[in-house]
Design a protein around this ligand. Sequence first.
Ligand code: ZN
Length: 182
Amino acid sequence: MAIELPPFPRAEGDPIVKYPDPVLRQVAEPIKRITPEVRQLVSFMRRVMQDANGIGLAAPQVGRSIRLILYTDFSDESAPEVHALINPVILKTAGEQLEPPEGCLSLPGLMGTVRRAQTIWVKATNMQGKVIKFKAEGLTARVIQHEIDHLDGILFIDRADPATLRWVTEEEKEQEAVAASK
Ligand code: ZN
């Protein structure tokens, strides 16, 4: 018989679920319909991601085990855009990339090198309910792969080269704070 554990303590006032909250290890459920609740969740996640200076966020990271992600599209470097994807699937991959090191809003302060595909072909439903297929490369492809992993209960620490895992230094934190204040 499985032992029923008490709910994992979540920090009050912090919308981002942190490791080792079990929701981060669940396989998220597909979304069948874009309900007003899903739309609300997307706007909430946009705010949370922006406040945390994140470049991607998956619904399980705000405690909802459903297949929804936000990612930043860096293909136009001068104007990065945030998009939501519903039930995203990677159809095909090509090449590989090692840089830049990855971090995760659910594992604050930790960084590591993760080998990812350089190019991916993605199929998903957009917020208009339309099935879309597109190609993403480089950092955009890295973010999408990281966020889709969240939907399958996979964290970057599972894929990172263990020798490269490290805590962000105080100096780096300060630099980040300076960059964020700009
Ligand atoms: Zn993450």
